[in-house]
Design a protein around this ligand. Sequence first.
Ligand code: GDP
Length: 700
Amino acid sequence: MNRNTIKVALIGNPNVGKTSVFNELTGLNQQVGNYPGITVEKKVGFAKLSEYTKATILDLPGTYSLNASSMDESVVIELLMNKNDKDFPDVAVVVSEVENLKRNLLLFTQIKDLEIPTILVINMADRMIPKGISLDIPFLEKELKTKIALVSSRKKIGIDNLKQLIINYKELSTEPCLNASSIDPEYFNSLRRAFPNQLLYKLWLVITQDVNFANLHRKKIEENSFAKPKADLKRLQQKETIKRYQFINDTLKVGYKVDKTTATDFRERLDRVLTHKIFGYVIFFGILMLIFQSIFDWSSIPMDFIDETFAVLSSYAKTHLPAGILTDLISEGIIPGLGGIIIFIPQIAFLFLFISVLEESGYMSRVVFLMDKIMRKFGLSGKSVVPLISGTACAIPAIMAARNIENWKERLITILVTPFTTCSARLPVYAILISLIIPDKRVFGLFNMQGLTLMTLYLLGFGMAIFSAYILNKILKIKSHSYFVVEMPGYKIPMFKNVAINVVEKTKSFVFGAGKIILALSVILWFLGSHGPDKTFHDAENIIETQLQNKTISGEKDDLVASYKLENSYIGIIGKSIEPVIRPLGYDWKIGIAVVSSFAAREVFVGTLATIYSVGSHSDEETTIKNRMAAEVHPITGKKIFNVATGVSLLLFYAFAMQCISTLAITKKETNSWKWPMIQLVFMSGFAYTVSLIAYQLLK
Ligand code: GDP
């Protein structure tokens, strides 16, 4: 790193507009990753402060204080405690918000105690006039021993001043603004004597929470004679907080004035409606329905376009490149694999567009307030409603939407159970199976039985998601505090820049994160489906030709070859070899092949069956896949293959099984480990197997 690059850390409570300030400073020069070993998102941006000076800006997770109660908060503490960390900042920029300055300053005074050069940003300055707020900046700067940048990231005011303050960070005072050790002078003195070379406030942080830093470990302090019991420490910590608030109150009494007559009660009136016991839910579900309807409708246009474009590309590659394995790999493996990634982009973009707008406007906090009580019973958060319902479109964007859940345990549970909700890829599978086994009749002359079955399957998926969440909540031993923040941000018109950057960032992180895995897995599945070990696979054309000439079979030659190849491919062999395992569920090897190949994506099930059943399509009336399936009989018993028992068993299997590599890929990406997708795979598929087994054995 060049000497003129300043390392800046942005710190602040949630909802103060930290991301907006970050976006103003860095624009699109952002990189998103994870902190090593954990799932907390790490955002770094680059800013040009002047002609000669650049800055790397680390956007730290929102935190209320330096008393860690979540993984996000410990990231902040651990970084600020460790001077040897490569990200340790030259200057800390604490972002606060003019309407909630009092609460925001708690964190600021704690950071000052770490003796890092600190700038205070007071954001949302545009709210001062409507709210009748006035500030005495010179007084505040003097009391808080800092430089203040009064900013409105919405109106793009004050950013240049902030840049200037960062450039001149060496002039900042590193003096704490209050003396926290006066809460128990004797104790702090003994600490100072025992560790004369350490910063007192750092020692205190190490003692009061589960962090270590540099060469100082908790144990070393706890072994000392002056160690205090936990309860005493907690009491002292509370005393510290009170002391800080006393200082803040005294300072703001002089430096912060509100003219009450200008404050409006618009927010309160809106809150009353949006969090109302009945209307609140009605409005929320109305908005949700609107969102998901639009996701379905709007994204189907670009999705169809992407689908067609990749089909054209694939056949173009096939006809224009020299025939051979490489061309096959490109046209049948890589191009469709890439298509399989890009096809998700419209849904991801639309979903995050809506979510950002809901978040930005302040409405999401009301949703959490509304739904939290219900969802918490199942180990979920109020915000889990969004992923669970988005899951009906597709689990990929839905699982990504769980990022909005701050609490790691709730987020993990949401990620794990979301694939149970009925996604749109299950629809074609359900549709064909239902049309085969459920009569198109009405019950009570009113409800269509096929429709009822479909609805039951949706409810089953949703019920299972909630039920597994409940179980996971009981068995997962993850320490995480969940605190309910009653304070709500004000309503705001969403800022276009924030929404746009969020959408771009989420899409990028999907394409480059989960995309790699999806591509690799689709190429593997392609290989298994289009290659076989025996000569019979390679001689497919000749074999079918001979059989056609001998009239031992009949039908379209191309279909017969495709079907023959599939049967003798690796996937075909796997499908056949699992027959003993799936026979108790009522499936034959043909269904086995379809189940294995639909692991790429559930809807492939129908296409694979169409290919396999092209064998024996004698008459015109059996040309549709549905008719072919209906006509399929067991070679020995002569019974129909797709009878009610097998059909129900298959429906249940697809309702519960984790039949989607893309979902596994996104779970891997979002949880940063292979452990959770594997658990998902084993649990969901194991459960699906058991339920289908029971259903088939009862019904047959
Ligand atoms: P973060 O949670 O601290 O990262 O905050 P965000 O940047 O997501 O902003 C929270 C909300 O405050 C959003 O609705 C923003 O549109 C809004 N916001 C951000 N900066 C300003 C500002 O300068 N003025 C006003 N009025 N609203 C702002």
